[in-house]
Design a protein around this ligand. Structure first.
Ligand SMILES: [Zn+2]
Length: 466
């Protein structure tokens, strides 16, 4: 009698093509395929072998395909901006976008608006090959957002709006904010495709009590905590004035930092703060398109490539549809690579390979999910993206697939997307939600939202309706 492990019941094959695994050796398999069972990757082998052994199961046959791990977006606002996307002027003065646009719009957002926004964001993300989105901390109706993400089939972390100001939308005393966060974690559970995390607005818009409480709660509940800090010099200035210390030094003094914390942005760090991020194993969500759109100084002051080199878990984010606008992590990777080279006047230290790490396994590590997603390895969830290498940006094929992905491709060549073994995008179209129906509803909801918020949509150039 032989002692064989039971053969897993393979229920789907994805046969390439080329597989960019992002495993620890960064192996690239050619003419290979992936066998999936119960939503997990159970085998990576020659396509011909898999076809012979499991030929009767559902098969995505993509001999022209370049298969990469589902991309990870570590900082994505799923509500608020979506219904007014690409509307906030890109020459608005600092602060105006927040106080003249974002807050008035969020203040009148309904649960239906939140759900619709998240559905649209999920569709855009998936069709660009982004299979995991981490909500950035400004959701008023998190259960509506979670339902929307489940509906489109994207993997997500959902938090809820958290700040304890006196008079601001969705603000509450620190203990009430924390009770709401605890309620969300209990309500969403932590084992499905959509899970909770704790989110604070951050900046200088939180008391020390709230931050200390949130960090302790995250540790107690075993979830991550994320908040915004230092995309501009405003946060360091405010913390220096209030506490005499720069933000990361202050947070370290409070004992709130650790591997459970994901800082959004962290563009303006001094040397001591950078050391704190390294020493405390804090993760960072890096959103280069947003800083460029808003003129926040990343090309001069950003040190994300240095943090990555020093072992910090840096992931990429696409922020919002009025700060970066496109939910396309490959675009963010291209900006990350270019900014690092250009700012250092050195093309040798950080490039496409490192940026692709941030887009995949690095982002997964930043969110504490590297044992489940971020690479194509046996045992991980089957979150897979097929790029169609018959498209113009892939013709003819280059010598190095990382260069092709980061410098030449973007979401437009995404053909199929699989999450947990389930096809959610087929031939470039999201099959879990119908944009033909949702698009007109979104246009109407956006117009109604602007009207309720009392915001006119400005446009600089003359328009003639004919
Ligand atoms: Zn943000």
């Amino acid at each position: 009698m032989t002692d064989l492990a039971p053969t897993p019941r393979v229920d789907r094959l994805v046969l390439g093509g080329e597989i960019v695994t992002m495993d620890p050796e960064r192996t690239v398999h050619r003419s290979a395929g992936i066998a999936v069972a119960g939503g997990a990757i159970v085998e990576i082998a020659a396509s011909a072998d898999l076809r012979r052994r499991y030929g009767d199961v559902a098969t995505l046959d993509v001999p022209h395909g370049v298969i990469i791990p589902g991309l990870v977006d570590t900082h994505q606002h799923l509500t608020g901006d979506r219904l007014i996307r690409s509307s906030i002027p890109d020459d608005a003065p600092p602060g105006s976008a927040i106080f003249d646009w974002v807050l008035p719009v969020h203040a009148v957002h309904t649960a239906d608006d939140d759900g619709l926004s998240a559905t649209l964001a999920g569709i855009e993300a998936l069709t660009n090959g982004v299979t995991t989105v981490a909500e950035a901390g400004t959701v008023a109706h998190p259960f509506a957002v979670a339902d929307a993400l489940r509906g489109v089939g994207i993997r997500g972390l959902v938090g809820r709006w958290g700040w304890d100001l006196d008079d601001a939308p969705f603000a509450a005393p620190a203990d009430v904010v924390l009770d709401r966060q605890r309620e969300l974690v209990a309500g969403l559970g932590d084992h499905g495709r959509v899970r909770p995390w704790l989110t604070l607005v951050g900046h200088d818009l939180m008391t020390d009590d709230l931050l200390v409480g949130a960090s302790a709660l995250a540790r107690e509940l075993g979830v991550r905590l994320s908040f915004h800090i230092s995309p501009t010099t405003s946060d360091p200035d405010q913390y220096l004035a209030r506490t005499g210390r720069r933000p990361l030094v202050h947070f370290d003094g409070l004992g709130v930092l650790g591997d459970h914390v994901v800082l959004a942005h962290a563009v303006h760090l001094d040397d001591t703060e950078a050391d704190v991020v390294v020493d405390r194993d804090v993760a960072v969500a890096y959103c280069p398109a947003a800083y460029l759109r808003l003129g926040q100084g990343v090309s001069r002051f950003g040190r994300h490539a240095e943090l990555h080199r020093r072992g910090v878990r840096v992931g990429l984010g696409c922020d919002t549809e009025n700060a970066g606008d496109a939910i396309d992590v490959l675009l963010a990777a291209r900006l990350a690579a270019g900014l690092a080279k250009d700012a250092a006047l050195d093309p040798t230290a950080f490039g496409a390979h490192e940026a692709l790490e941030m887009a995949t396994i690095g982002g997964a590590a930043a969110l504490g999910m590297a044992d489940e997603i971020g690479s194509i390895e046996v045992g991980k969830r089957a979150d897979l993206v097929v790029h169609d290498a018959r498209t113009p940006s892939w013709t003819p094929r280059g010598a190095d697939v990382a260069l092709e992905l980061v410098w030449a491709a973007d979401g437009r060549s995404v053909q199929h997307v699989v999450v947990d073994g389930e096809i959610v995008v087929r031939d470039g179209v999201c099959v879990t939600a119908d944009l033909d129906d949702i698009g007109p509803a979104a246009t109407a909801a956006g117009a109604a939202l602007r009207a309720r918020a009392g915001i006119d949509a400005p446009h600089r150039w003359p328009r003639h309706d004919h």
